[in-house]
Design a protein around this ligand. Structure first.
Ligand code: ZN
Length: 378
């Protein structure tokens, strides 16, 4: 998807307030009214560097329960790890303010905001919220990083999703420095896709779980944003102070969900961020009294991108999301690189932290014990 030129709104004038170079201003953007008739306002910060430069938007909680990015933006405001020299930041810790108030992914009219862009000023509640975001935020940004987590009862190993055919998106994605980049344009109606269409290159990060602010994910977001701001020349980072980056960066074109074959209770044998080989046991599915129903094996070579955190499954439930390398050679080099990750790295900390939501035990099942059984057998 190629960016096209567009009419851009200025950063200097926002809701008739002047924001001068070097200033940070907290603003409230009116996005509608609640049931009481009182205005619903969306808090955001505009932060200008001393000199002109690109305007980078950082948005979170487009799904109202995905608050890892909300925590990361707040941390960036409270403990900035850099001095903003050029350009400006527009920080929106919660885009879906109405869903956020209800701890919900969705808006109060039960729509998915991230399928409702670009919206309309005369449409549904959700369409109007999307429209305000496009007009007031996207129209002022040169680039956007949109922060997400897995959906409820799942966790995501940090991965960037970007349209790698767009050179600006490719530049942002590469600079962020995640281990895995999924190359796609995003679903119709998503903020990312519609912002790109409107000429504002946008990528997303998927990391961690809903309703949590996870420390290793915060660190990873902070590090990635610092890399992006350095890439866009918004901050000065001496080469020796540049934060570490991932030991590898694998761009994948596709991914695949592995599903439970039967209902049961899972014990996992792999965690988020682990590489898996075809036919490797991923989980053992048992009855509540421990009778084994099935060993779920990987249909592919790949890296674990997402997992259910809920061990009780129905037949057909998605349990594990695998990113698929393009070639066997690419997989082998990824496998080697993951094996070499050292204990004190952020990559290792993220793996350790995310695995605390899942019980991972080594697979030790004797194949002869697996038995397909009737409905009475527990
Ligand atoms: Zn999301």
């Amino acid at each position: 998807m190629s960016s096209k030129p567009r009419k851009k709104r200025s950063i200097e004038s926002w809701v008739r307030k002047k924001i001068k170079p070097g200033e940070r201003k907290r603003l409230l953007l009116k996005v509608g009214e609640g049931f009481t008739g009182v205005g619903v306002q969306l808090p955001l910060m505009v932060w200008r560097g001393l000199e002109d430069g690109p305007v980078l938007g950082i948005t979170a909680a487009v799904h109202g329960d995905e608050i890892n990015g909300t925590g990361a933006i707040r941390k960036l405001i409270q403990e900035p790890p850099f001095e903003l020299k050029r350009g400006a930041l527009i920080l929106v810790p919660v885009v879906n303010i109405m869903g956020f108030e209800r701890h919900s992914r969705y808006t109060p009219d039960r729509r998915d905001l991230n399928r409702s862009f670009p919206g309309s000023g005369h449409g549904s509640l959700t369409a109007r919220l999307a429209h305000v975001i496009m007009e007031e935020v996207v129209a002022r940004c040169d680039f956007i990083i949109d922060l997400h987590t897995a959906a409820v009862r799942r966790t995501n190993f940090p991965n960037v999703r970007a349209d790698m055919d767009d050179p600006d998106c490719e530049r942002l994605a590469a600079a962020f420095g995640a281990e895995v980049i999924v190359n796609n344009t995003g679903p119709d109606g998503s903020l990312r896709r519609e912002a790109c269409r409107a000429g504002c290159p946008t990528i997303i990060l998927e990391a961690g779980e809903v309703l949590k602010v996870e420390p290793s994910v915060q660190d990873l977001i902070q590090r990635g944003l610092t890399h992006i701001m350095a890439e866009l020349d918004m901050i000065d980072v001496a080469d020796d102070l540049r934060p570490e980056t991932a030991p590898h960066q694998m761009i994948v074109q596709g991914s695949s969900w592995v599903r439970a074959g039967s209902g049961g209770f899972l014990t996992f044998h792999v965690g988020p961020g682990e590489t898996v080989q075809k036919d490797q046991p991923l989980a053992t599915n048992t009855g509540l009294l421990g009778k084994e129903y099935e060993t779920i094996v990987s249909p592919h070579h790949g890296i674990v991108l997402g997992m259910t955190t809920m061990p009780a499954v129905s037949p057909g439930d998605p349990i594990l999301h695998i990113a698929l390398p393009d070639t066997r050679k690419q997989f082998r080099s990824l496998e080697k690189s993951v094996d070499r990750i050292e204990d004190n790295t952020l990559e290792n900390q993220v793996r350790d932290h995310l695995a605390t939501s899942i019980t991972v035990v080594e697979h030790s099942l004797d194949e002869d014990e697996i038995e397909i059984i009737g409905t009475d057998d527990m």
